[in-house]
Design a protein around this ligand. Sequence first.
Ligand SMILES: Cc1ncc(COP(=O)(O)O)c(C=O)c1O
Length: 365
Amino acid sequence: MIDRVKAIIHLDNLIHNFNLLKAVYQNKRVMAVVKADAYGHGSVEVAKHLETHGCDFFAVTDLLEGIELRQAGIQSDILLFGKTSPQNIDKIKHYHLTQTIDSLEYAQSLNSYGIRIQTHIVIDTGMSRFGIYCQHQEDIKETAEEVEKMMALLHLNHQGIYTHFAAADEEKEAFTKHQYDVFCQLIQAIEFKGLDLGIKHCSNSAAILKYRDRHMDMVRTGIAMYGYPPIKTKLNFLPVMDVFARVISLRKIRPGDGISYGITHIAKKDMRLASIAIGYADGYNRLLSNQDYFFYKGKKLKVMGRVCMGVTMVDVSHIDIQVGDFVEVFGQNKPLDQMATQLNTITYELLTNMSKKRVIFEYSK
Ligand SMILES: Cc1ncc(COP(=O)(O)O)c(C=O)c1O
């Protein structure tokens, strides 16, 4: 049976969320983060739809993701968060991509090819992941000098500078404030020398919603745009992805019968079970065995036994359901953030886990 699992991507909800964030940011520039295939939603479709609705800056992880968008016809700026091997600088140029530079050494190495490309400088103010190390006041002078040297390189066309908050979605306000303050002081120190830093940006989804006085010249949003703000908000974000899986088999079982691998559940009474065509290979986490439910016509269908590679059994004793029907795995009626909490993970991971090879994606406007 084809269409075992389908993901419906609500592009209207995506625009609704994007516009909510834009309004928070007083309709200024919002960069859409569409890395990792737009958090599993399909970067080409997502970026195309956003571009026709006014988004003019995208961010992806690497060259391959950037090229995919250009080949699909995306015209707007595309920032590569990750590094590109200097030997591939001709591709950055050819596809008009914007390269993040994280050190003077890397900048010099790109510059040595004599090919003019657009760049943003990244500063590490506290994430300890990427960027020029500047986590303390005492690092500012040296970092400012490094940035100055980077900006003086002949073939790098400096367009912006950014940092990334490590804990804007947590109750670590003092830490985030420190990151912001160091970044601002660095900017001041560089601008004091008369240099134009271009687009300055620092806020991710959590910071856009929580720290409204720190938005700078552009904000970068990912997860909130896909419907899952990482902090509590009164704004009405709508899930963009709904996942449905098909009933492929129905059976009656008797008291004492075991269910699924390991027989971790034994029926206590007569039951009707449905086998649903989704499992861990599709992106439905095995740790949800015996823990979760699917949703069908207003009713919860409890997951019974272990999640298999491509099948999960649920209790349908109380409902009328047929082979071929679809049940909701997560989406409008079954909150993904609850599943994430249950799994001690984040919505980002669950969204990006949906397998592009096994799940059919449909786009609805
Ligand atoms: C540098 C950078 N900016 C912005 C974002 C978007 O973050 P969020 O999805 O929390 O809005 C990310 C995502 O991880 C990122 O790596």
